[in-house]
Design a protein around this ligand. Structure first.
Ligand code: CA
Length: 234
């Protein structure tokens, strides 16, 4: 199971409780989650994060979900699942004009939502073929990761990582600024359902630091958060 690629979902929802419930449930499923709380932010995140799927609420501040969908559809093929309130025009949601791929009317069950997400992702993967895992370059200061070629560079020099170091780095960079416990990292990066031995994580963190920190004993990028876990500063 080398170089596992995390499927990233952008959730756009201005209702905080629902946003957090969605985030919790989708992260538990193993997805990397990014969020936006208004239409403008949604457009920004869609472009900078290149998500594999977007969950898009219709009623949003600044720019509503219809507008966001219409604008994204001009140049992005990402699957879009709309969240609608009762009474909104479903034919309009799914119609060619707006081009959402699917919708769910609120309130919906998480189980149903997860099934729809899986179906959309499967469909998208089937359409795009095996070699289209291409996405934008990830960057933190002079550290660059090209997920298309798996190439990692630090300034001018190429950094050679083993597959798990790579997966760990990519996961942390995609979720930069967020702290993850060792157990959480084991589950997300190694795919373990329970903590086998969290020292595995510490060892890989140490190896990564030797490769991406100028002084591994005083890390500036890959930070230990005492009592909580690790994060990438960004
Ligand atoms: Ca809303």
């Amino acid at each position: 199971m080398s170089a596992r690629r995390f499927t990233k979902i952008l959730i756009v929802e201005d209702e905080y409780t629902l946003l957090e419930a969605l985030r919790y449930n989708l992260e538990k499923e193993g997805y990397a989650v990014v969020t936006a709380v208004n239409g403008i932010q949604a457009l920004d995140s869609a472009r900078s994060e290149s998500p594999d799927l977007i969950i898009l609420d219709i009623m949003l501040p600044q720019l509503d979900g219809f507008e966001v969908c219409r604008i994204l559809r001009k140049d992005m093929a990402v699957p879009i699942l709309m969240l609608t309130a009762k009474g909104e025009e479903i034919d309009k949601v799914l119609g060619l004009e707006w081009g959402a791929d699917d919708y769910m009317a609120k309130p919906f069950s998480m189980r149903e939502l997860k099934a729809r997400i899986k179906a959309l992702l499967r469909r998208a993967a089937a359409q795009s073929g095996p070699q289209s895992a291409e996405e934008g370059v990830l960057r933190i200061d002079d550290l660059e990761i090209d997920p298309g070629s798996h190439k990692v560079t630090l300034g001018e020099s190429v950094v050679t990582l083993n597959p798990k170091e790579y997966d760990l780095l990519v996961f942390l960079v995609r979720n930069k600024g967020r702290v993850f416990s060792r157990e959480h990292l084991l589950e997300r990066v190694w795919g373990y359902d329970y903590a086998v031995d969290t020292r595995t994580v510490d060892v890989h963190i140490r190896w990564l630091r030797e490769k991406i920190e100028s002084d591994p004993s005083k890390p500036r990028r890959l930070i230990t958060v005492r009592g909580s876990g690790y994060k990438i500063e960004g």
